[in-house]
Design a binder for this molecule. Structure first.
Ligand code: ADP
Ligand code: MG
Length: 885
């Protein structure tokens, strides 16, 4: 049997029952999907649910608690033992659901950032999730894409791939479409095949899918690949470390409490159970898990704002960003290009019409030009030939499939009545694709009479030095210094109007001339210039201003002409009057030190190549900045990787940049970066809020027990009560804090330092001071009641229990503000209000419902009791609300 690479394209088509110029029908796709399944590499087995559930109990202190409970049970304390067991079980369930939730949202993330494939079905190109591909699908890949399945290439435009993932060979392989007649070729030598997971580094191509999922070369070695582990974020790591310290502290304090209790004459095993319960409650073992949940909830909020976080740690880093380096084209602008002016025969032509709509005319002054205006038809036809985009109509509206710059040229050509049918008499023999380094694109075409032309279009300042002639009316003239100046003048004119400029040029080639790339693009004849508008996105100006107020500098990076860049930067109010604009050429001449010296004043980098981006990132970083850098092309990947927050484009981005990035903008929009930063800051603040809440609560719980033992009093809280507090009061409200709204000024203060510790900005003081007071008021409530009713210990314990809970539930509102509780509307966060109400209800149930009273050691309280409880409970929060510290 012949291999795919040995077959002609027609044979492949026959075998797979598909033709390249129509694609599969949706029926065929459906049927093949059913038959062969998804185009997925099977990943490792997942941890079974029951194991995740069991894992909730592997915590050392929880095990000790269970053992202690068992002993208590055997000693006859039946009710206590069962109650504790139930509480521990419920706690386990909650932990389990939290973990599941975090897991699910991570899964969803993966799905959202799953690679897409460009596929031709029913005569239409569409984008589908790569896993939907089936054998026989026609797919298109371009530079920067990962090939989504094994394909037999049917068309290659200088397509090169990097297959080191498969062959270990990192040199790019040139791909072509013709069959190879040799036997037993290795994957690396099958140069008419594209393999799943390998990378297109240059050019583009079209192929027929011949293998999907595990039936690919990659699938055969998939078993060798390991699943990537989840790496903890910096904050999670800091908290894990802090957790270890807190465990030691909590255990030491517990031992102290137990020791004192025993010395005071309390029964040993009573004290032991109380101590272990206290340790379980006081150790914030759930903290890292809640942080993960908060981070992933934040990630979901970001998704709603069209930002996909690929690495959880980016959520944290986002809040630290101090510089955003953003591409201009497509990120700050709409990426909807329209040719507005043309320079031809030394004259300035204007073009009417907006967007991609094909209605419009060419004019000089007020006078409308006909198709016979000298060279106009040629210029527009060549623009159409040296082109990679397609103009399509959907419901009467035109849109561009492909590069918008190319699309604009197609629309311009339509305006004098040219269309694709005019290109059909030409055959494209060779294409040198556009990339941001070369800033130009060329094709070699052959007309019906066998004459060959090279057409080159690109950045005018790149093209002009390669031109020796220019066209004027019907003459080809030698390009002299004066003519060059005229053209440069026209370029400047356009650029100052914020127009993106493209020059187009040509030369005739005789048949015997080598088509070797290095020899082609020189000695050209300049034809004319296009000037196209790309309007700024509406929301960007405001977003830049908001960033400025938040202490974040926005820097524009573009391959465009300096003057175009400057005009747009001015329009966006990105460039202040004393701000500098640097060009790629200047960057080349500068040493890193020189660049660092001035970089704080630079706001625009123009005519840069992707390589420059790396230098820019490094310079800002050396100045102590946390840099966010955007990119879309293959060559942007190194800079994106080097930056602190790599950002890629969801629509126009390539797979490589997406893989290198930690944030993907679903809408390619600069304003989304701002939204993500705001969300990132907010999430971090919310995490601070519940760390503060949980730790202050724990401090309170430990202190009340410690003080009581020091003062030689009975236990103010019994074990079940302590565990109940740990479960209810510390659980729900803390989660709700994670969903809190930002304090009004999150975008009005400077970025947070990434070195900042967990307790920075006064958090440590807040925890200790509030915790101390919470413990104190609980003890006071207990003492007042107990001293008057020494015969009724349960009375005092119920009061202490209720006071502790109420003090915490009031204090939770204090945690919402870095300043004072009175600064914020307590009803703003509906989740928190609901969490507090349900906690209070649960408290009332355990106090008032007779069947629960013996279990929780509680008794019915009066209204006067509640006045004492609430009065004392509110004290810590109200007091600190006035001090504002
Ligand atoms: P950016 O995306 O930052 O605007 P590019 O690197 O894409 O910059 O483009 C740089 C210059 O290359 C443009 O100003 C334009 O003159 C030229 N150019 C852009 N796209 C094309 C294209 N498809 N073909 C030829 N030249 C192009
Ligand atoms: Mg571009």
């Amino acid at each position: 049997m012949k291999k795919w690479y040995q077959l002609d394209v027609e044979h492949v088509e026959q075998k797979l029952q598909v033709t390249v110029n129509r694609g599969l029908s949706s029926k065929q796709v459906e049927q093949r999907q059913k038959q062969y399944g998804y185009n997925l590499l099977e990943s490792k087995k997942q941890t079974p649910k029951w194991l995740i559930f069991l894992k909730q109990f592997q915590d050392f202190m929880v095990l000790v608690l269970l053992a202690a409970t068992l002993i208590a049970g055997m000693l006859g304390e039946f009710v206590d033992a069962v109650a504790i067991m139930v509480i521990v079980l419920v706690n386990g369930f909650i932990g389990y659901f939290q973990e599941q939730k975090a897991e699910k949202s991570l899964e969803k993330l993966k799905e959202l950032s799953a690679p897409m494939a460009n596929v031709f079905r029913d005569k239409r190109w569409e984008k589908v999730n790569s896993r939907e591909l089936v054998v026989g699908d026609i797919v298109k890949v371009g530079s920067g894409d990962r090939i989504p399945a094994d394909i037999r290439i049917v068309k290659s435009s200088s397509m090169e791939t990097e297959e080191s993932a498969l062959t270990g060979e990192s040199l790019p392989v040139m791909k072509h479409a013709s069959a190879i007649m040799r036997d037993d070729l290795d994957a690396g030598d099958q140069v008419n095949m594209g393999f799943m997971g390998t990378l297109v580094t240059r050019g583009s191509g079209i192929g027929i899918v011949v293998g999907t999922g595990m039936n690919t070369v990659m699938g055969q070695i998939a078993s060798l690949m390991s699943n990537t582990k989840k790496i903890p974020t910096p904050l999670e790591r800091k908290l894990a470390e802090l957790g270890k310290i807190l465990i030691v502290v909590a255990i030491l304090l517990t031992i102290l409490v137990v020791g004192l209790g025993v010395i005071q004459g309390h029964p040993v095993y009573h004290m032991f159970l109380a101590g272990v319960s206290l340790a379980v409650a006081a150790i914030p073992e759930g903290l890292p898990a809640i942080v993960t949940v908060a981070l992933s909830l934040g990630v979901q909020r970001m998704i709603r704002k069209k930002a996909i976080v690929r690495k959880l740690s980016a959520v944290e880093t986002l809040g630290c960003a101090s510089v955003i380096c953003s591409d201009k084209t497509g990120t700050m602008t709409e990426n909807q290009m329209t040719v507005k002016e043309v320079f031809l025969n030394g004259e300035n032509l204007t073009v009417t019409g907006d967007g991609y709509d094909i209605e419009g005319h060419f004019q000089i002054g007020k006078q409308q030009l006909k198709r016979d205006y000298p060279n106009l038809e040629m210029m527009l036809l060549y623009g159409q030939l040296c082109n990679n985009a397609a103009l399509q109509v959907k419901k009467g509206k035109y849109f561009v499939d492909g590069d918008p710059t190319d699309g604009a040229l197609l629309v311009a050509a339509r305006k004098i009545g040219l269309s694709t049918s005019n290109s059909e008499s030409f055959q494209v023999i060779k294409e040198i694709p556009f990339d941001s380094d070369r800033k130009r694109m060329s094709v070699v075409v052959e007309d019906e009479n066998g004459r060959r032309f090279l057409i080159t279009k690109g950045a005018p300042d790149v093209l002009l030095p390669r031109c020796n002639y220019f066209l004027e009316k019907d003459e080809r003239k030698i390009l002299k210094e004066q003519d060059k100046q005229n053209i440069e003048h026209a370029i400047d004119d356009m650029a100052e109007k914020a127009l993106r400029t493209i020059a187009i040029s040509m030369k005739q080639l005789s048949k015997d001339v080598s088509l070797e790339t290095g020899f082609l693009e020189k000695d050209l004849t300049f034809i004319g210039l296009y000037g196209m508008i790309d309007p700024p996105r509406k929301e960007v100006r405001h977003a830049i201003e908001e960033c400025r107020q938040a202490g974040i500098k926005t820097v524009m990076i573009t391959g465009d002409h300096v003057k175009t860049a400057r005009a747009i930067a001015k329009n966006l109010r990105l460039l202040p009057d004393d701000g500098l604009v640097l060009e790629g050429q200047q960057l080349n001449q500068m040493s890193t030190d020189e660049l660092e010296e001035m970089i704080e004043d630079v706001y625009v980098f123009a005519r840069v190549t992707p390589e420059h981006k790396l230098k820019i990132v490094k310079a800002f970083q050396n100045k102590g900045h946390i840099v966010a850098m955007t990119g879309d092309g293959v060559n942007d990947a190194p800079a994106i990787k080097a930056s602190d927050i790599g950002i890629s484009m969801g629509i126009s981005g390539t797979d490589v940049t997406k893989e290198a990035s930690s944030l993907v903008l679903m809408d390619d929009n600069f304003a989304t970066i701002k939204a993500a930063i705001k969300e990132g800051r907010n999430i971090y603040e919310n995490i601070r809020k519940f760390i503060r809440y949980l730790l202050a609560s724990n401090v309170g719980e430990i202190l009340v027990m410690l003080f009581a033992m020091l003062l030689g009093m009975p236990l103010p809280l019994v074990p079940v009560q302590i565990l109940w507090v740990n479960l209810v009061t510390d659980g729900l409200p803390a989660m709700a804090l994670g969903l809190d709204q930002p304090e009004g000024d999150v975008m009005k203060r400077g970025p947070r330092s990434p070195k900042e510790g967990v307790f920075a900005r006064g958090l440590g003081f807040k925890i200790i001071s509030r915790g101390f007071l919470i413990g104190a008021v609980t003890l006071i409530a207990f003492m007042l009641t107990y001293q008057n009713n020494p015969e009724n210990l349960i009375y005092g314990q119920t009061i202490a229990f209720a006071t502790l809970v109420m003090a915490q539930l009031i204090h939770v509102f204090d945690c919402r503000s870095e300043k004072s509780v009175f600064d914020r509307n307590p009803f703003e966060n509906i989740y928190l209000v609901l969490a507090v109400i349900s906690s209070i209800l649960l408290l009332l149930i355990v106090i008032y419902w007779p069947p629960l009273q013996p279990i929780f050691h509680t008794m019915t309280l009066t209204l006067r009791d509640w006045m004492l409880i609430i009065g004392l409970g509110a004290l810590p929060t109200v007091l600190f609300g006035f001090t504002k510290r």
